[in-house]
Design a protein around this ligand. Structure first.
Ligand code: AHM
Ligand code: MG
Length: 335
């Protein structure tokens, strides 16, 4: 039997043999993975420990927080604040960045996360996850402020997500392809189960919340009409549709067998394009998908090239199989 490779061994190889990441980044990623493990255990206990249901508070987007949103957020903060690798953290569930308290040593990295993605699926026992992204604090800065986080996704040093599903998975990139680790729930170890994940260039599968179709702008209406027209339509093939409503689960399916995921802007809130957040969701997923050979745009430009203007900025997302993302983006041309 082939020798199993642990997450630590994988990262040490990236650090030592390939000189791709500094030791501090490796240690930071190990802490993030440990926090995801803890969240996975909390998710797994579910009703037994009373972690299901609403927290009774709202986040900055006006969305009702679930208890697990708050627990996952606290788990990530507590696990990462004392290690000495970070300057600050920012979370989808917190209005403002969280600077590392003065009682702890500070590092040069910024960690951003969506602590519990797919909140609407928590109480119905459907796959949910955690998404994270690592940036570097700009040189010469000693006090990290909100605007130091506002870097394009192409600056990310690492990104990943954990899926809390039938298995707990960690999918990770440090800019050298994408690897997937499976948590052995008995021993608590992460083992490499897929290296070099690759998104097929073509697909027959799309993901979109079609209940919003009446709000979509014309290019998306036209594109989805062509997808659903099937073999006898302009795209000359039959497409299948999947929508989990947990971005981590939808993206993981695409990372595994291809597809296109869309959460477009629509007419409801013209100044807030789409539902998904650039810094916590779109950027890390775009980095991972591109590293696996796929594409990611907001319908017009590459997501990783967008210069963020606000920490909680929202963005339209089209990502997945490269040729399908190019096609979807083409529908927006001249519009
Ligand atoms: P969340 O981070 O609060 O869970 O919100 C993001 C989620 C995504 O995981 C998912 O793709 C989307 O919201 C689903 O939205 P909808 O309920 O409109 O289908
Ligand atoms: Mg989310």
């Amino acid at each position: 039997m082939a020798k199993q490779i642990s997450l630590s061994q994988y990262l040490i190889e990236k650090q030592r043999e390939k000189n791709l990441i500094p030791a501090e980044l490796r240690l930071l990623l190990e802490v993030v993975a440990r926090a995801c493990k803890r969240i996975s255990y909390a998710v797994g206990k579910g009703a037994l420990t009373g972690v299901l249901g609403a927290a009774g508070s709202d986040n900055i987007q006006g969305e009702a927080q679930q208890k697990l949103d708050v627990i996952a957020n606290e788990t990530l903060l507590e696990a990462n604040e004392w290690g000495g690798h970070l300057a600050a953290m920012a979370s989808e569930e917190m209005d403002h960045p969280y600077p590392i308290p003065n009682r702890y040593p500070k590092g040069e990295f910024l960690l951003l996360f969506d602590p519990l993605d797919g909140s609407s699926n928590i109480d119905v026992n459907v796959s949910i996850g955690t998404i994270f992204s690592v940036l570097r604090l700009p040189e010469g800065v000693s006090e990290p402020l909100e605007h130091h986080f506002l870097q394009p996704g192409s600056n990310q040093l690492a990104a990943g997500y954990a899926v809390y599903g039938p298995s707990t998975l960690l999918v990770l990139t440090v800019g050298d392809g994408v690897a997937c680790f499976t948590l052995d729930r008995e021993t608590g170890s992460w083992w490499l189960t897929c290296d070099g994940m690759s998104v097929p260039e073509d697909t027959k599968e799309y993901a979109i919340n079609a209940s919003n179709s009446r709000h979509w702008f014309e290019p998306v209406q036209r594109y989805v009409a062509d997808l659903t027209a099937g073999k006898t339509g302009p795209l000359a093939k039959d497409y299948n549709m999947r929508w989990v409503a947990s971005m981590v689960a939808d993206v993981h399916r695409i990372m595994t067998r291809g597809g296109i995921f869309m959460y477009p802007a629509d007419r409801r809130e013209p100044d807030k394009p789409g539902k998904l957040r650039l810094m916590y969701e779109a950027n890390p997923m775009a980095f991972l998908v591109e590293q696996a050979g796929g594409g990611a745009t907001n319908g017009r430009e590459r997501i990783l090239d967008i210069q963020p203007t606000k920490l909680h900025e929202r963005v339209a997302v089209f990502l997945g199989s490269k040729n399908e993302v190019v096609r979807a983006t083409r529908y927006h041309e001249g519009g």
